[in-house]
Design a protein around this ligand. Structure first.
Ligand SMILES: [Zn+2]
Length: 207
């Protein structure tokens, strides 16, 4: 990993400000904004009745996750990205319906949010996900750098219904050659040419 990535992590991750939960009417307004276009997941998936102390953003994500199961669209996962008290993007798991193993709810929500903000960082954003992120989504979250992440179901809950991420965590800790999917070094000298070009480029956009 390039040094610039790591160096930029600490200043970007400033202490998050305390956020108070928005009112239900604020969230309902946010959900009716134009990004929720026809053909996307219907807002009719809608609200479960919010009880006091429930977070409306997480409630929205949970409603989407339940609808995603009912519709047969994908796994029981959803996520929303919130900025300034407004939902700016949402994602549901679409692995099986799009034949895309990377189509996890968090990745889709992050992509949507970044597109909407026209930025490759989710600065000052919050991610609400219905389940503790898998290693892939955790990586995407660290690249996107939101201020914080809220999760509902735990990784253990997911494991109990057949979504077990522990294999990936274990694999990451093993030497390349001992992994179930072998990682084989090849043509490093030639590939370093791109890194040298990057280091020498004066007008690059670091990220
Ligand atoms: Zn994931």
């Amino acid at each position: 990993m390039a040094r610039t990535h790591l160096a930029r992590f600490s200043p970007t991750f400033s202490a998050p400000r305390r956020t108070s939960f928005p009112s239900r009417s604020q969230v309902e307004r946010a959900c009716k904004t134009s990004w929720l276009r026809a053909g996307e997941i219907s807002i009719a998936a809608g609200w479960t009745e919010l009880r006091d102390q429930e977070n409306p953003f997480m409630a929205r994500a949970i409603a989407l996750s339940i609808e995603n199961v009912r519709s047969g669209n994908g796994g029981p996962f959803a996520a929303v990205v919130v900025k300034d008290g407004e939902i700016i993007a949402q994602g549901v798991n679409q692995v099986t319906s799009t034949n895309d193993p990377t189509a996890h709810a968090e990745v889709i929500a992050i992509r949507e949010a970044c597109k909407r903000l026209a930025d490759f960082e989710l600065k000052d954003c919050e991610l609400y996900t219905t389940c503790e992120p898998c290693p892939m989504c955790l990586g995407a979250i660290y690249w996107a750098r939101p201020a914080r992440v809220y999760f509902a179901n735990t990784a253990e809950d997911a494991s109990k219904i057949g979504f077990d991420d522990t294999l990936i965590y274990k694999e990451a800790a093993r030497p390349h050659s001992e992994r179930k999917i072998p990682m084989i070094p090849l043509m490093r000298e030639q590939a370093l040419e791109a890194f040298r070009a990057w280091e020498e480029k004066g007008d690059k956009t670091p990220y």
